[in-house]
Design a protein around this ligand. Structure first.
Ligand SMILES: Cc1cc2nc3c(=O)[nH]c(=O)nc-3n(C[C@H](O)[C@H](O)[C@H](O)COP(=O)(O)OP(=O)(O)OC[C@H]3O[C@@H](n4cnc5c(N)ncnc54)[C@H](O)[C@@H]3O)c2cc1C
Length: 509
């Protein structure tokens, strides 16, 4: 396939500045854009939607602002690093606030646990519910720190291009017992079933099943304690807006409503992209922030593939789907924290329904986000903005969202009304629901998965789609489906890997 016309002159054929095209303006794509521009590339970001952020898009309606996805900002130094690369100071553009507690966890029987990075406060609550587990908590956190040092500090930025990169880490992985699951590891330190839930639910935040995900993910507990759990004033949308200003300040163009239909190749090398409109854009380097299943299965559908064939994509395991109900209320609920996790009556069985049986259960566990607890400007005066998120099966399951979305939303509304948002049904000022169908159609996510490939051991590091494409030269992948994985720190780290695998801009001119 050949490139017919270039949208902007220069680059690709040794004229002027090297040109990089980034497909998608999620956190991974924007972080990639910052890094490539800092390294001398002229960068163009192409975004299918009408606004940036991808999963971190902002829905605005009736005076309310709703962050569509990420709300918990951890490891803020990764953002600060991007701002430094773009020649600005993060704190000049974004006002991050430390959350205390990180989350309020509410059990179905009404008991609450305020989870934070303050070991004494956490231990005082463990002592209240299960005194025998206090010492186990300290030992668990010591293990989490050890895993963090290897899993995050040493490995999150390794390209894992060769099998030898993987073999090199096997002794460390064995020493850290990565063959165990998160729940298994937590249970080896903690006896009480409720405290086990408090310390093992974290993988669900990035699409991992605590009962199958590698125990490497216990590092999240230490990561949260080390750098804290933050939220941005103005919501996560303010971080995206800051990142867009940073990117544009570097001279990068972001084009919205610009859906890429094909990655163009010649002699095994990426040479540019073709938009759905037919327009072709030449590039020396193409970076895809799109779900790898879509990048390989659709954008490179016509290119022969050795590893990421359609069959391999079909055999891969994808993370759960997400049902998200965004709603504004006419009144405020001042007792409700910024982040609340409402655990339903079942834990393991519910998770099995979601990940294994892929059936939409009657019950649910919820994450409830109330950003107006910290920043009232996200809702009209006297009102609150919320979202309630339920992990659900991806589209390989039995749910028919066309008919089940509204009854499911109504069940969630009743549960919240009966628990922590009394009278909710009569207080709703605005309402919007997204289901796995939206993830599929709006975000081009395979099976409508919330977090792309499931983070199981055999789909991690070298086994995940590589950041330097195995199929096409000069094609690079960032984002949740690549190494190291989902979550804002993960996808920003995936862009960090590019510094190690993308050749210098000067080699293209
Ligand atoms: C509801 C929810 C809550 C979450 N909460 C948290 C949290 O609190 N903390 C946290 O750290 N993480 C959280 N996550 C995970 C985190 O948001 C994601 O892992 C991360 O934002 C994904 O970024 P990404 O770069 O992989 O791509 P995405 O955000 O998926 O962006 C990909 C972009 O590519 C665009 N695109 C797709 N196809 C094309 C095409 N053909 N042409 C052009 N553009 C295209 C899409 O429109 C999209 O904008 C949450 C996720 C969700 C869904």
């Amino acid at each position: 396939m050949t490139v017919a016309a270039s949208h902007v002159p220069g680059s690709a054929q040794g004229r002027g500045q090297a040109h990089a095209v980034v497909i998608g303006s999620g956190f991974g794509g924007l972080a990639a854009a910052v890094r490539l521009a800092a390294r001398g590339f002229r960068v163009t970001v192409l975004e299918k939607l009408d606004a940036p952020g991808g999963r971190a898009y902002v829905h605005r309606r009736d005076g309310f602002s709703f962050d569509a996805g990420p709300t918990i900002i951890t490891a803020p130094f990764l953002l600060e690093e991007l701002w430094n690369l773009g020649g600005r100071r993060f704190e000049d553009d974004v006002d991050l606030r430390l959350m205390d507690p990180f989350y309020r966890i509410r059990f179905d029987d009404g008991r609450v646990f305020d989870y934070s990075g303050d070991a004494d406060k956490v231990k005082a609550q463990i002592a209240q519910y299960s005194p025998q587990d206090v010492a186990g908590y300290d030992r668990f956190m010591a293990m989490s720190e050890k895993v963090f040092k290897v899993g995050f500090e040493d490995l999150a930025h390794v390209p894992f291009t060769n099998l030898t990169d993987m073999l090199r880490i096997v002794p460390d992985m064995a020493m850290l017992q990565s063959y165990r699951t998160v729940y298994g590891m937590v249970s080896s330190y903690i006896k009480d079933p409720f405290i086990r839930q408090v310390l093992s639910f974290h993988p669900l935040l990035i699409g991992g099943n605590p009962f199958t995900v590698t125990s490497i993910y216990v590092l999240i507990s230490f990561l949260e304690r080390k750098w804290g759990v933050h939220s941005a004033m103005g919501g996560t949308g303010a971080v995206v807006k800051g990142l867009v200003n940073l990117v544009e300040g570097q001279g990068t163009e972001i084009r919205y409503n610009a859906e890429v239909e094909r990655i163009l190749t010649r002699n095994g090398k990426a040479t540019g992209v073709r938009l759905a409109t037919g327009e072709e854009i030449a590039a020396d380097v193409v970076v895809s922030d799109v779900d790898p299943a879509t990048t390989y299965g659709k954008l490179l559908a016509e290119h022969p593939r050795k590893r990421w064939t359609d069959g391999k994509i079909e055999r891969s395991k994808f993370s759960n789907g997400l049902f998200v109900w965004y709603f504004g209320t006419k009144r405020q609920y001042p007792d409700v924290k910024h982040h609340t996790i409402l655990l339903g009556p079942r834990y393991k069985e519910l998770i099995q329904d979601i990940f294994k049986r892929k059936t939409l259960a009657e019950d649910f566990s919820l994450y409830l986000y109330r950003p107006t607890a910290t920043d009232p400007s996200l809702a009209p005066e006297g009102c609150d903005a919320f979202y309630a998120l339920a992990p659900v099966p991806h589209l390989g399951g039995d749910a028919d969202w066309e008919t089940q979305a509204e009854p499911y939303r109504a069940r969630i509304a009743k549960y919240l009304s009966d628990s922590i948002l009394p009278g909710l049904e009569d207080q709703i000022a605005t309402s919007l629901v997204t289901t796995p169908l939206d993830f599929k159609h709006r975000l081009n996510s395979h099976l409508g998965a919330g977090f792309s490939l499931e983070p199981i051991l055999m789909q991690s590091a070298w086994f995940r789609p590589h950041n330097k494409s195995e199929e096409v030269e000069h094609l690079y992948l960032v984002g949740a489906g690549t190494h190291p994985g989902a979550g804002v720190p993960g996808v920003i780290s995936s862009a960090r890997v590019l510094d190690r695998v993308v050749p210098d801009a000067s080699t293209f001119v």
